[in-house]
Design a protein around this ligand. Structure first.
Ligand code: PHE
Length: 346
């Protein structure tokens, strides 16, 4: 190809390409045009590969002209692309219906876990009666979990609170909040005490509808002069009314705990069967929500109080049990199953 020819060939390539571009109205055709006219084997690219065969004075002229054409084609392509996109958008706006009255997607809103909500309600009721909240540790020593609570190593009652042992001998995950009794007493002795102690507890349990290996408890401790069993019953009944309504039916039954004497359980009429007997209440019609009793003299002594002068009562309740009663939940395992379909109902 001679030099003159190169220039007129470039003009020809440009004319044809632009003509073709003019006619395009579909994105797919535009893509094809780009490959044909700007791709590696496009005519304008071939001019570049023939440059070496040209006369050295003409070479830069043809090279520059080819470059200009390439840029011109790229610019035209860009403009056409814009035109086609705008037309496509206009078209889809006209033909596809967009319902702007549809509500948007609601972002998920966090909330308190039902056990935390229940714990706060329990705290409310007790603070109304002048109780203070005391936090105690979750990892405890054997001594505080059992020994100081009047449960010596050989005592069969230890089976009731079989728990998880750490690799450090004598250090366990607390199986109940009762070790906190000793901590509070030692901190406040000889002052009178009216405290609740909430927190997680861990047990080696046979799991079923009412038992989990992890549970939240609230311990109750009152120590003072002339604290009686009547104070215990009155306080707990008042709590039950505050929590479940004035109509709630409760009952006390004798029980056994090494750290209280006498000991009892408070039960609430089963919400599922209204006392008739069902799976949840093991056919008894009642659900136990707490253990309680008068603080054992040995425990008072371990806390620093003289049992001849001071007396007290204590109780321990399962917060999940209370939440089950309040919200009519039949399975304790739902609380820690982490299923939002359950959790978002509260
Ligand atoms: N700690 C006992 C339990 O976990 C409950 C309890 C607490 C009983 C205080 C009496 C007094 O079962």
């Amino acid at each position: 190809m001679d030099d003159e020819n190169s220039i007129s060939r470039l003009n020809e390539i440009g004319r044809k390409a632009l003509e073709g571009l003019e006619k395009i109205s579909e994105a797919s055709d535009l893509e094809r045009w780009k490959v044909e006219n700007l791709g590696r084997s496009a005519p304008v690219m071939e001019i570049f590969s023939h440059l070496t065969g040209l006369d050295s004075t003409m070479r830069p002229l043809v090279g520059q002209a080819a470059n200009r054409l390439k840029q011109q084609l790229e610019k035209a392509y860009g403009e056409r692309e814009q035109v086609i996109k705008t037309a496509q958008l206009k078209n889809s706006l006209e033909t596809e219906t967009l319902d702007i009255s549809l509500p948007g997607r609601q972002p998920g809103v966090g909330r308190l876990h039902p056990v935390t909500q229940t714990l706060r309600q329990i705290t409310d009721v007790f603070s109304g009666m002048g109780f203070q909240v005391y936090r105690s540790r979750e990892v405890e020593t054997d001594e505080f979990s059992f020994g100081l609570l009047n449960i010596p190593p050989y005592h069969p009652a230890r089976d009731m609170w079989d728990t998880f042992h750490t690799t450090t001998p004598g250090v366990v995950l607390r199986p109940h909040t009762s070790p906190g009794q000793i901590h509070v007493m030692r901190q406040f002795c000889p002052e009178p005490i009216r405290a609740i102690l909430p927190g997680m507890c861990y047990r080696y349990e046979q799991m079923d509808a009412r038992h989990e290996s992890q549970l939240m408890q609230v311990e109750l401790l009152v120590v003072g002069r002339e604290i009686s069993l009547g104070n215990l019953k009155g306080t707990l009944q008042e709590f039950a009314r505050g929590m479940f309504g004035a109509e709630v039916r409760t009952r006390f039954r004798p029980s056994y705990f090494p750290f209280t004497e006498p000991s009892g359980d408070m039960e609430i009429e089963c919400f599922i069967c209204s006392g008739k007997g069902c799976r949840v209440c093991s056919k008894t019609g009642w659900l136990e929500i707490l253990g309680c009793g008068m603080v054992h003299p040995t425990v008072l002594q371990n806390g620093g109080y003289d049992p001849e002068v001071f007396s007290g009562f204590a109780a321990g309740m399962g917060v999940e049990r209370v939440a089950m009663l309040r919200h009519h939940v039949e399975e304790i395992r739902y609380f820690y199953g982490n299923d939002v379909r359950f959790l978002e109902q509260f």
